[in-house]
Design a binder for this molecule. Structure first.
Ligand SMILES: Cc1cc2nc3c(=O)[nH]c(=O)nc-3n(C[C@H](O)[C@H](O)[C@H](O)COP(=O)(O)O)c2cc1C
Length: 359
């Protein structure tokens, strides 16, 4: 019976388990494997060009006929503040020397992809579900996705954000607890006000809006899925758990570090991108965290530090890259995404049966 929720009924899928969108880590193969296994696969498309988004959607559709989700950052990129960029570059100077990079980072003229171009590509290709984080798209965009029959999912870290997303016409809310890996989705409330653990957040989000809620943050096993459903969630959204699957595009050193999450610890930090995000506590995080107020706002650091991050990826230097992880990172398992889905469903069966037996 736990399989029968507003999420599974609305989308006609078998399992109320969502593989979270993760820009840079999700692949068409992961999305298709999860949807084929009965869940909802999600493509994190925020860092992709419109053409790459079109190609990826077509690739997923070539692998599965089942519903899947495509996700963007609902954000207008700010102008680069030259003074803030200079201070940010200064902060990284020692690392640039250590990695034998040119002293000054080249400043790109385009900091990030444009939401409207990306959204247009998604609309043209047509997908069952469109989700977003970091904000709220304009009424015009919400209207266009609604008209296309796409289910719209907005991300909330606070009940007030959930209420605003519902008012704007979203169909579902992804409630992102403080435990979650990757960037915080806060947009109306300050990041501090949005630091609410999932167990406290979920019932408040349900009270703030009458929409089905997806529970995100720290869920790694079937027991966690059962707990989320017991709290009233229509689905459980797992990100970190899928980072170590065979289909994940996470860097091998990132995958290798996740099982040590308990020893390394995780922390919400601005040092990598200029926007609070939960990462494993590696050298860069530990050293820069005391100077986080000098890091320019998102997304400037991604551009300013691009050479550092590229070198770290090329040479597998875990000290110099963001190692996004939720608080449950140590529970990651290495296997195919479809196999992980089957395990999660079995574990949820067991957890639900155990509770029913006690009742
Ligand atoms: C590596 C990584 C990248 C992420 N990228 C995105 C993204 O592009 N869009 C988004 O809405 N959420 C993103 N998230 C957040 C997830 O949607 C979700 O809230 C989170 O993974 C849930 O917590 P968990 O990682 O503990 O399962 C990302 C999370 C991780 C771990």
């Amino acid at each position: 019976m736990w399989r029968d929720t507003e999420l599974t009924r609305t989308l006609g899928i078998a399992l109320p388990i969502v593989q979270a969108p993760m820009a840079g880590s999700t692949t068409p193969e992961m999305v298709a494997a999860v949807s084929e296994a009965g869940g909802l696969g999600s493509l994190g498309a925020a860092m992709m060009t419109p053409d790459a988004i079109r190609d990826a959607i077509r690739r997923v559709k070539s692998l599965t006929a089942r519903p899947f989700n495509v996700n963007l950052f609902a954000l207008t990129p700010p102008e680069v503040d030259a003074e803030a960029a200079r201070r940010g570059a200064e902060l990284m100077a020692a690392y640039r020397r250590e990695l034998a990079l040119p002293e000054q980072p080249p400043l790109p003229n385009r900091l990030m992809e444009q939401f409207h171009e990306q959204a247009e590509a998604i609309l043209q290709e047509g997908v069952a579900v469109f989700s977003f984080t970091f904000g709220l798209p304009s009424a015009d965009w919400i209207g266009r996705f609604r008209k296309a029959g796409t289910a719209i999912v907005g991300t909330a870290t606070h009940p007030a954000e959930a209420a605003a997303l519902a008012e704007a016409g979203c169909d579902m809310i992804s409630a992102q607890g403080l435990e979650a890996g990757g960037h915080r989705g806060s947009f109306l409330k300050s990041f501090d006000e949005g630091q609410i653990g999932l167990m406290a957040l979920l019932p408040q989000v349900r009270r703030a809006c009458r929409l089905p809620v997806l529970a995100a943050g720290g869920i790694m096993t079937g027991e966690g899925i059962a707990a989320a459903l017991a709290l009233g969630a229509a689905g459980a959204q797992l990100g970190t758990a899928f980072l170590t699957t065979h289909e994940s595009a996470a860097h091998p050193v990132h995958k290798a570090a996740l099982p040590q999450a308990a020893e390394m610890g995780t922390e919400v930090t601005r040092v990598f991108s200029g926007r609070p995000a939960r990462s494993l506590r590696n050298r860069m995080l530990r050293e820069l965290q005391p100077h986080a107020d000098r890091v320019p706002p998102y997304p400037a650091p991604l551009a300013l530090n691009a050479q550092i991050y590229q070198k770290a990826r090329a040479e597998g230097l875990a000290d110099f890259m963001s190692l996004w992880s939720g608080q449950g990172g140590a529970l990651c398992r290495t296997m195919g995404a479809g196999e992980l889905m089957a395990r999660l469903a079995e574990e949820t069966d067991t957890a639900v049966a155990l509770l029913a037996g006690r009742a």
